[in-house]
Design a protein around this ligand. Structure first.
Ligand code: CP
Ligand code: NVA
Length: 309
């Protein structure tokens, strides 16, 4: 069984704000050192991270791999299809076996329960590299990016426009932990599910759910969107049609604060959820956000290994 001292990174709302702040501070410190060409100590020397990808990835894969190398460790890249997992070996047995070889496991798998099962049976830290339910590594990088551009996020307003998805769920978890307002605009048929609504009610998280993108964005410090078709979603004309009014374009962006920033986890579908003018415009910080995946990943890894930068 899982030892109590194992530090998994599964979801933002499962960790105390103090630990999340600690991770962000580690990330910022490592970024500053990297920019100053200060190679410093190698806190993860001798450590190996197994990365399991059931679905494609560019940012998560490269940033974890490069992050491990920069911290003195190494990573092994595995895809579900290459592993016995793809032939029916259980998640629990996979967790038990990998825990004998490697020092941490990062997994991208659509089934969130499979992530939880892996964590329950691993004796090494498990990191959520995206499930259908959440994408916490992404939102740690997003919080870092927001604060670099606009200072402390507490009390600020973030607007989400698009469908309900894994990235939105992690933004919601972050709003509750970091005490910022999250205005959400989704089409009624693609709105957060009952479990999310119940969670918002139970935690009294400062989140307003609605269907009007203009109302959500008005006065916001940050506007966020994501692909209209997440991995595992059924693509189709109907989905695109109902999401069209939720596109972030210059008109919508003009309703936010004049110094509002635009964020997108990438990959973007230009001309769908966002126009070229916005994603390439002066308010867009999407490539800072992508870069910060590297620094945020290093902060998460160091935290999992209980290291101090
Ligand atoms: N944003 C993000 O997770 O990108 P990848 O799918 O490329 O890892
Ligand atoms: N919501 C997107 C995020 C991709 C990084 C997806 O799940 O496909």
């Amino acid at each position: 069984m899982m030892s109590k001292s194992v530090r998994h990174f599964l979801d933002i709302n499962e960790l105390p704000p103090k630990e999340l702040r600690n991770m962000l501070a580690l990330s910022a410190d490592m970024k500053a050192k990297l920019k100053a060409h200060d190679k410093g100590k190698k806190p993860l020397e001798g450590k190996t991270l197994a990365m399991i990808f059931e679905r494609p990835s560019t940012r998560t894969r490269v940033s974890f791999d490069v992050g491990m190398r920069q911290l003195g460790g190494e990573s092994i890249m595995l895809t579900g299809a290459e592993m016995q997992l793809g032939r029916g070996e259980t998640i629990a047995d996979t967790a038990r076996v990998l825990s004998r070889y490697v020092d941490a496991i990062m997994i991208r798998i659509l089934n969130h329960d499979a992530l939880l099962e892996l964590a329950a049976h691993a004796t090494v830290p498990v990191i959520n590299g995206l499930t259908r339910r959440s994408h916490p590594c992404q939102v740690m990088a997003d919080l870092m990016t927001f604060e670099e551009h606009r200072g402390p996020i507490e009390g600020k307003t973030v607007a989400w426009t698009g469908d309900d998805n894994n990235v939105l769920a992690s933004w919601a978890h972050a709003a509750e932990r970091f005490k910022f307002q999250l205005n959400v605009a989704t089409p009624p048929q693609l709105a957060p599910n009952k479990a999310m609504k119940d969670w918002i009610k139970a935690t009294q998280a400062p989140i307003v759910l609605g269907n009007d993108p203009e109302a959500a964005v008005r006065g916001a410090d940050c506007v966020v969107t994501d692909t209209w078709v997440s991995m595992g979603d059924k693509d189709g004309e109907h989905r695109h049609n109902v999401l069209k009014p939720y596109q972030v374009n210059e008109k919508l962006m003009s309703l936010a604060k004049s110094d509002a920033i635009f964020m997108h986890c990438l990959p973007a579908h230009r001309g769908e959820e966002v126009t070229d003018e916005v994603i390439d415009g002066p308010q867009s910080v999407v490539f800072d956000e992508a870069e910060n995946r590297l620094h945020a990943q290093k902060g998460i890894l160091a935290w999992c290994f209980n290291e101090v930068a």
